[in-house]
Design a protein around this ligand. Structure first.
Ligand SMILES: C[S@@+](CC[C@H](N)C(=O)[O-])C[C@H]1O[C@@H](n2cnc3c(N)ncnc32)[C@H](O)[C@@H]1O
Length: 172
């Protein structure tokens, strides 16, 4: 099966399942979360980030701002935690889709991919940002995703054409 190509991640979000249960892991200021929310029209959306930015107090401030920006959206739950800790609390096959955009470091991404896959329904979506190498995270995003492809756990169906591409994979 050929891999599709889309202009950017905004176009990608339009093919995410609607009225579904999704999660963004790595939220930062919540800019991307707004697009995910508007374009996927989720039944439930989890936004997970530890918000541990220095200096002291900054993380809490940003967490509160993100929470405030979704205060009128009852489907959205903003969770201040490391994603691997939150992942342990949810049942298997609970999620229809995930957008992973956290530290990008190899050991962290490997840990996240390993932990999240059983939590996504078969036929569901594991997507994420920055499917490219970079002096900062090196092969930290591409390798764990391609490891999972090679292990037959996921199949890449779509990539985006940006300098910092997103990937979209089906959970097998
Ligand atoms: C690149 S930013 C996310 C940007 C956001 N997705 C966007 O496009 O607007 C990376 C975020 O990942 C968060 N992060 C790092 N490690 C994490 C982890 N283990 N679990 C969840 N979030 C994490 C950082 O706190 C940071 O806010």
């Amino acid at each position: 099966m050929q891999i599709n190509s889309l202009l950017n991640r905004i176009e990608l979000y339009k093919i995410f399942p609607k009225n579904a249960v999704g999660a963004e892991l790595g939220v930062q200021y919540g800019h991307n979360a707004q697009f995910l929310y508007k374009l996927t029209e989720p039944k439930k959306l989890y936004l997970v980030d530890p918000w541990e930015l220095p200096p002291e107090g900054t993380g809490k401030l940003i967490f509160n701002c993100v929470k405030a920006s979704f205060q009128h959206c009852p489907e959205v739950e903003v969770i201040r935690a490391y994603d691997w800790d939150w992942i342990e609390t949810i049942p298997d096959e609970h999620l229809d889709w995930v957008y992973l955009d956290s530290s990008h470091l190899y050991h962290n991404t490997k840990r996240e991919v390993t932990a999240i896959l059983p939590k996504i329904k078969r036929g569901g979506i594991l997507a994420g940002h920055d499917f490219c190498t970079n002096p900062w995270w090196k092969t930290g995003v591409m390798r764990p995703i391609l490891d999972a492809v090679q292990a037959g756990q996921i199949r890449i169906t779509t990539l985006t054409e940006e300098a910092f591409p997103s990937y979209y994979t089906e959970v097998l």
